[in-house]
Structure formats: structure tokens, C-alpha cells
Design a protein around this ligand. Structure first.
Ligand code: XMP
Length: 315
């Protein structure tokens, strides 16, 4: 039978046997998968693992600092890189979701490679890939449903061997493992967050100003979910910035500003999802707060679509 204790013990043994004295590099995303992967590999090979955390300018508000601080105490050897400007330049004028994904994925590889070159004798690349990532990247009809940037690409290009200790696990199993490894509950229970980040929640072209608007709105939504004890009822939540403006009134003046969508779903594996039945009072409060505090937003709507057919992300 599968237990997290058995899984951890056998994985640590396998990692030690496989990796020996080799050096491993891992890209930390701040999410559960990559961090559980990092802690597990760190348990097996210690400081032979170096973690890289890249700020691509599409992270949640204050996420970069929070992750760097939060992971210090886990004993991980982490390098943080601020690459915001690079990503904004590469993404300027680009509108299509898959094109944006490709650019963000490629940019990520580029920045990551620059850092990897500074470290010596790296032979392995570790990734936090889990089972649903693999399934979703498989082709059923000859076309990929969506490209997941944490599957494929990096290792071939960098001539590194791939180590993916969580590739057979579902999300709930990853969480059991993290808990067993002594990771804090707020890290374990973090909602999933896509690799391309806010980049696929800003529909159409990405600009630093749109990122600011989305970060502010998203921060209000997620912080209030915590405060109302709704965070763990929800599988994943975030705000989407629409590429349309609508009319509003503010005092005596007409406004013509952005609309945002609140997206919150319940799920067990992200393959199917239902929209979360959040309390009306909560939604009312979030809507007021976003419209009052986030400059550039005058309308908030709630997404009541389930997956399938509607995906969790809008792009
Ligand atoms: P969808 O939108 O397909 O999302 O229902 C399912 C889960 O996958 C995440 N997602 C991504 N994760 N790179 C990622 O690392 C991506 O390009 C990507 N697209 C979607 C999404 O946030 C949800 O958890």
C-alpha cells in the first residue's frame, strides 16, 4: 500500500543510489510540487542540490520575497534572480496564449541556463512534475491540449539528465509527502499556480501596468479567502484581467475602465473542476474592495463555469 512514509524512504534511497555525489539544479516555482521535490532531494543529497527561483514579473504580489524568506528555514540552498525586465521586453506586443506560454517558457530556460552556467559540474535537472502534468501533455488526437512548460524542453537543451521524484503522484499525495517532511501547512496547502503565472491571466497583451492591476486585485481576493477561512475549501483561486473596458460611474463622473473576473474552483486533481460556491457576502465584499482600492478596475464578475468544458485558466 502507498503511504507517504514508504514513499519518502524509498525515494530518498533511490535518489542517493542514482545521484551519488552528483550535483543537481532545480527551478523553484514557489508552489507545492517544486518545493516538495526540493525538500525531498535536499534530504537525500543535501547541498549538492541548488535551487533557482526566478522572478519573471508574473508572480503574485510580494511572492518573490515571500518565497525566498519562506524557504530559508527549510535549509534549501536557493539563488533568487530578478528577471522582470527581461520578460516584459520579450512579451511586449504578444497576444496569443500559446505564444505567451512559449516566450515565458523559453525566457525561463534562457535565464535558468545563464545561472546554471555559473555553477560547476551540474549533471542533473530536478523538476516537480506530477502525474496530471504528464497526462495533460499527452496527445490524444495528435495535438497537445496545452503545453506545460515544466514538461520537456530544458533537459535536452542543457544536456542534463532529468530527475522527477513526484512524477507518479497526484496532488493530494504530494501534500501528504510535504507534511510528512515537516513543511509548514501554509506551504503545503498553497493553491496551484501556473508556470506562466499572471501572464495567462492577463488576456491578450501583457504590460507592467496590467500586471500591477492584476497583482493588486489578486492579492485582495486571496488574502480575504484566508481571512474568511475559505482558502482551503477552494482548490485554486485567482483573478483574470479582461481585455475589455466598461462604463461605470464614480461620483459625478463616468469611468471607462477594466473588468476583472474572479475565478475560484473546487477540484481534486485539476482534471475536472466545479466553480466554488463562495458566499454572496464574501463576493460582495471582494467586489467592493477591488473596485475601491485597485485603480483601473470598475467592474468585477464571478466565473460560474465548470471544467469541462471550461478550463480553470482563461488562456
Ligand atoms: P486548465 O486551465 O487547463 O488548468 O484547467 C489545469 C491546471 O493547470 C494549470 N495550468 C498550467 N500550469 N503551465 C503550468 O505550469 C501552464 O501553462 C498551465 N496552464 C494551466 C492551471 O493553473 C490549473 O491548476
Amino acid at each position: 500500500d502507498w503511504t507517504s512514509t514508504n514513499f519518502i524512504n524509498s525515494t530518498i534511497h533511490q535518489l542517493q543510489a542514482h545521484l551519488g555525489n552528483d550535483k543537481v539544479i532545480l527551478a523553484l516555482s514557489g508552489g507545492v510540487d517544486s518545493s516538495v521535490s526540493a525538500v525531498l532531494i535536499n534530504k537525500a543529497i543535501g547541498n549538492n542540490l541548488t535551487c533557482i527561483f526566478i522572478d519573471n514579473g508574473l508572480l503574485r504580489k510580494n511572492e518573490f520575497d515571500k518565497v525566498l524568506k519562506g524557504y530559508e528555514h527549510l535549509g534549501l540552498n536557493i539563488v533568487g534572480i530578478d528577471a522582470k525586465d527581461y520578460f516584459y521586453r520579450e512579451l511586449a506586443g504578444v497576444k496569443g496564449p500559446e505564444k505567451k506560454r512559449k516566450i515565458i517558457g523559453k525566457g525561463f530556460i534562457y535565464i535558468f541556463e545563464q545561472e546554471a552556467k555559473k555553477l560547476k559540474d551540474i549533471q542533473w535537472l530536478a523538476q516537480g512534475t506530477i502525474y496530471p502534468d504528464i497526462i495533460e501533455s499527452l496527445s490524444i488526437t495528435g495535438t497537445t491540449i496545452k503545453s506545460h512548460h515544466n514538461v520537456g524542453g530544458l533537459p535536452e537543451k542543457m544536456n542534463l539528465k532529468l530527475v522527477e521524484p513526484l512524477r507518479l503522484l497526484f496532488k493530494d499525495e504530494v501534500r501528504y509527502v510535504g507534511r510528512e517532511l515537516g513543511m509548514e501547512e501554509h506551504l503545503i496547502m498553497r493553491h496551484p499556480f501556473p508556470g506562466p503565472g499572471l501572464g495567462i491571466r492577463i488576456l491578450g497583451e501583457i504590460t507592467p501596468e496590467k500586471v500591477r492591476i492584476l497583482q493588486e486585485a489578486d492579492n485582495i481576493f486571496v488574502s480575504r479567502l484566508y481571512e474568511w477561512n475559505l482558502y482551503s475549501y477552494v482548490w485554486q483561486a485567482g483573478v483574470v484581467l479582461l481585455p475589455i473596458k466598461s462604463v461605470g460611474v464614480m461620483g459625478d463622473e463616468r469611468t471607462y475602465e477594466n473588468a476583472v473576473v474572479l475565478r475560484a474552483v473546487t477540484s481534486t486533481d485539476a482534471m475536472t473542476a466545479d466553480w466554488a460556491r463562495l458566499p454572496y457576502d464574501f463576493l460582495a465584499k471582494i467586489s467592493n474592495e477591488i473596485i475601491n482600492k485597485v485603480k483601473g478596475v470598475n467592474r468585477v464578475v464571478y466565473d460560474i463555469s465548470s471544467k469541462p468544458p471550461s478550463t480553470i485558466e482563461w488562456e
